[in-house]
Design a protein around this ligand. Structure first.
Ligand code: ZN
Length: 83
């Protein structure tokens, strides 16, 4: 695990939070990922934030794979059926 600001390995793991992410549905069943996200504090730069998540961008509540699915579906459908 590294600091998201300066990429240093000198970090302190402060606490964690549980976050929910909507992801690609299985059939017509919606799927929500319930995962623990670590808070870290950097000893080098003092940065205090959540760890980087590789499957979602920033503070979004849906995964990158769901985002890609919606973008692909919008090529063949209008917004109402996709929603
Ligand atoms: Zn840092």
């Amino acid at each position: 695990m590294r600091c998201p600001c300066c990429k240093s390995r000198h970090i302190i793991r402060n606490s964690y939070v549980w976050r929910d992410f909507k992801t690609v549905p299985i059939g017509h069943i919606p799927v929500v990922l319930h995962t623990k996200i670590q808070h870290i504090k950097c000893k080098n730069c003092g940065c205090d934030m959540q760890e980087e998540i590789h499957f979602a961008h920033g503070k979004r509540t849906y995964t990158a794979s769901l985002e890609n699915l919606v973008i692909d579906l919008l090529d063949i459908e209008t917004i109402n059926p996709v929603a």
